[in-house]
Design a protein. Structure first.
Length: 210
């Protein structure tokens, strides 16, 4: 079953908790976005975990360097999952995988900017098993979701795949054909007039297209 990850970013602290509360019945994971962490510090990760102990909390650190330190920062502050950029040095990713394994946590590899399938295979050989196909905010200006986005992971068919980047309800028929493990939704919920109803529409869309 595909889980829905609510991405909270470019929001006030108060709005993060308000939207998480409103959508709690329809979402499974809560992402503390990079911008929110930069604005309010890693302590907000623990606050969210304390408020929603039944949810998987992902800290979108987008780590590029100092992997061990940033993994510990995330996990010590309540994150169940943290992120690293796929273009980071191998040692950065290996260190984060080691910390995650020791702590019983998980590492998500953000594939923003990655186009080489050999890189994916190398990451998988290191032990990575959770990858995020990500269309960045700026890239969304001239890029739309298509089947071709999933070609990147054809060489590693047994990994878990998350998808993120401007996802709307009308993208679900295409995306769900590829059976993603995680559907990451941000502004389509957080900028909606009624966040609760928007989250319900995604839940129904995911279940209906499963």
């Amino acid at each position: 079953m595909t889980v829905i990850q609510l991405a909270l970013d470019r929001l006030t602290r108060e709005k993060c908790f308000e939207i998480a509360e409103q959508t709690s019945d329809s979402i499974d994971w809560i992402e503390i976005g990079t911008g929110v962490i930069k604005e309010y510090g890693v302590g907000i990760i623990q606050e969210m975990k304390t408020r929603f102990p039944d949810k998987i909390i992902l800290s979108d650190m987008k780590t590029c360097d100092a992997g061990k330190h940033e993994a510990l920062q995330a996990f010590d502050n309540g994150a169940d999952v943290t992120t690293v950029m796929g273009f980071a040095d191998d040692n950065t990713i290996k260190d984060m995988l080691d910390v995650a394994n020791v702590r019983g946590k998980r590492l998500m590899i953000d594939l923003l900017g990655i186009t080489d399938t050999k890189r994916i295979d190398n990451l998988h050989r290191m032990g990575a098993d959770l990858f995020n196909i990500h269309i960045g905010i700026d890239a969304q200006k001239n890029t739309s979701w298509s089947d071709s986005h999933f070609d990147l992971l054809k060489a590693v068919p047994k990994v878990e795949v998350a998808v993120s980047g401007g996802i709307k309800v009308n993208n679900l028929p295409l995306l769900m054909q590829h059976k993603p493990a995680i559907l990451i939704v941000g502004s389509s919920i957080t900028n909606a007039t009624d966040a609760e109803e928007a989250a319900k529409a995604f839940r129904e869309g995911v279940n209906g297209n499963a």
